[in-house]
Design a protein around this ligand. Structure first.
Ligand code: SF4
Ligand code: SF4
Length: 396
C-alpha cells in the first residue's frame, strides 16, 4: 500500500508540472490532469494495467487527432498539403519514421522526410532524446504507453468482447512479416532516397495531413492510405482484437521490438505456475505469445511484446508479471535464489517496496504524461469551444 500511495503522490506532482502548470493552469489542463491522475490511481489500486492504460491511450489518441487537425486548419485552412505548403510549411517530426530517416542520414547526411521539419534540428533532437530515454527504460512499451497513434486501434481492438477471427496459430508468421516490412521499407527508402512509408503506406495521413489531389499518382496514394487506415486501424482490430497496424506495418514498432533488449523492464512468465491455458496468447494484441512460447517454457513472451499488461491482467494463475531486467539476469545466474533474498529486516522492507509492476507503470505512464499533455489539453479545449459555440452556451 505504501509504494502505491507514494508513486501516486509522485505522479500527481509530475502531472501538476507537465500538464497543469505548463498548461497555464487552464480549466482544460486541470480536467486532463485530473483524468491522468485518476487513470494512474486506478491502475495502482485495482492492479488492472491494461484496462485503464487502454482508456488513457484511446482518449489521448482522440484528443491528439482533434488538436492536430485543428492546428492545421488554423495555420493553413486545410488538412491537404498543397504544392506550396509541401515546400514551405513545417510539420512536427514523427517518431514512426525514425528507422527510415536514420539509415539514409548516416550513409549520406541527407534527412529523408517529406516536408520541412518544425523546429528543424531542435525538434529532431528533442524527439530523439525522449525516444532514447524511453527505449532504455520501457523499450517497446512506447507503443502501449506513449504512441499518439496506437490508441486508435487499441480502442477499436477493445470494442468486441471476443475476436471473430483467431490468430494465435499464425502469430509467428505475423511477427516475421512485420520485420520483413521493416527491411523492405528501409531498402525502398535507400533506393529512392525518399520516405516511401510516409508517401505511400502511412494510414495516419487520414487523421493528419495528406497531399492535395492534383494528379493520378496522388489519387492512387490517397486511395492506398485510406484503405490501409480502414483495414489496419479499424476493421482488422475489430475482427481480431489485435493491434494490426502496430504489429504488421509500423516501422517504428518493428524497430522497438529489436531494441527492446536494452530496456530496464521485462514481462516474464513463471513456468512453474503456468498451466498452459493460453488465455494470455488469446488476449495479446501484439501477437507476442503463441503455443511454442508456452509449450517450450520460454519464460517470457516473444520479441514483439509491447508491455501493454493484457496478459498480466488475464492470467488466472498470476504467472505473468512485469520484472526488472536486472532481476531476470540475477535469477538466471542464481537459480533458486530470489533477488533481495535474505532474512534481514531491511532486505524484507526493500523487497516489499521494490515491486517491478508499479515501478514499470510509473516509468511508462510518465512518458505518456510528458508526450500527451500539450496536445491533449489543446484537443480538449477545441472540443469544448466547438460545443460551446454549437450550442451557443457562451451567450447564455
Ligand atoms: S494465461 Fe497464465 S496460465 Fe494461461 S498460458 Fe498464459 S501464463 Fe500460462
Ligand atoms: S505479451 Fe503481454 S504485455 Fe506483452 S504485448 Fe502481449 S499481452 Fe501485452
Amino acid at each position: 500500500m505504501a509504494v502505491k500511495s507514494l508513486l501516486t503522490a509522485l505522479m500527481t506532482l509530475l502531472v501538476y508540472f507537465f500538464t497543469i502548470s505548463l498548461g497555464n493552469g487552464s480549466v482544460y489542463s486541470w480536467i486532463y490532469g485530473l483524468f491522468l491522475i485518476g487513470i494512474f490511481a486506478a491502475i495502482m489500486y485495482t492492479g488492472k494495467v491494461h484496462t485503464y492504460r487502454r482508456v488513457f491511450q484511446f482518449v489521448f489518441a482522440l484528443l491528439f487527432t482533434v488538436a492536430f487537425i485543428g492546428n492545421l486548419y488554423d495555420e493553413r485552412g486545410s488538412m491537404a498539403m498543397t504544392a506550396n505548403t509541401f515546400t514551405e510549411s513545417e510539420v512536427p517530426f514523427c517518431h514512426l519514421v525514425i528507422p527510415l530517416v536514420f539509415i539514409p542520414y548516416v550513409l549520406t547526411q541527407t534527412v529523408v522526410f517529406p516536408a520541412r521539419i518544425l523546429g528543424h534540428y531542435a525538434s529532431i533532437i528533442s524527439l530523439l532524446v525522449i525516444w532514447f530515454v524511453a527505449t532504455i527504460t520501457i523499450g517497446r512499451g512506447w507503443c502501449s504507453w506513449a504512441c499518439f497513434y496506437g490508441g486508435i486501434e487499441d480502442g477499436f481492438s477493445g470494442m468486441r468482447k471476443k475476436p471473430l477471427v483467431k490468430t494465435v496459430a499464425k502469430n509467428r508468421e505475423i511477427r516475421a512479416f512485420h520485420f520483413a516490412v521493416l527491411v523492405f521499407l528501409i531498402l525502398m527508402t535507400l533506393a529512392f532516397m525518399s520516405s516511401i512509408y510516409c508517401q505511400w503506406f502511412c494510414p495516419f495521413k487520414l487523421i493528419t495531413e495528406f497531399p492535395q489531389l492534383v494528379d493520378i499518382p496522388t489519387l492512387i496514394g490517397t486511395f492506398v492510405f485510406m484503405s490501409l487506415f480502414f483495414l489496419m486501424v479499424v476493421i482488422l482490430p475489430l475482427l481480431t482484437k489485435k493491434r494490426t497496424q502496430c504489429s504488421m506495418l509500423c516501422p517504428f514498432g518493428a524497430m522497438q521490438s529489436l531494441l527492446d533488449k536494452m530496456s530496464m523492464y521485462r514481462v516474464v512468465i513463471d513456468t512453474e505456475r503456468c498451466t498452459g491455458c493460453m488465455k494470455c496468447a488469446e488476449v495479446c494484441p501484439f501477437f507476442a505469445i503463441d503455443r511454442e512460447t508456452i509449450l517450450e517454457n520460454k519464460g517470457h513472451p516473444e520479441i514483439t511484446c509491447a508491455k501493454c499488461g493484457a496478459c498480466v491482467d488475464v492470467c488466472p494463475q498470476q504467472a505473468i508479471r512485469f520484472d526488472f531486467s536486472l532481476t531476470k539476469h540475477f535469477r538466471e545466474k542464481n537459480p533458486g535464489k530470489a533477488f533481495l533474498d535474505g532474512p534481514g529486516r531491511l532486505t524484507k522492507i526493500l523487497r516489499e517496496f521494490i515491486e517491478p509492476k508499479y515501478f514499470f507503470v510509473f516509468s511508462a505512464f510518465t512518458f505518456g504524461v510528458v508526450i500527451s499533455s500539450g496536445l491533449a489539453v489543446n484537443g480538449l479545449q477545441r472540443i469544448a469551444e466547438a460545443l460551446i459555440s454549437a450550442f451557443n452556451l457562451g451567450g447564455m
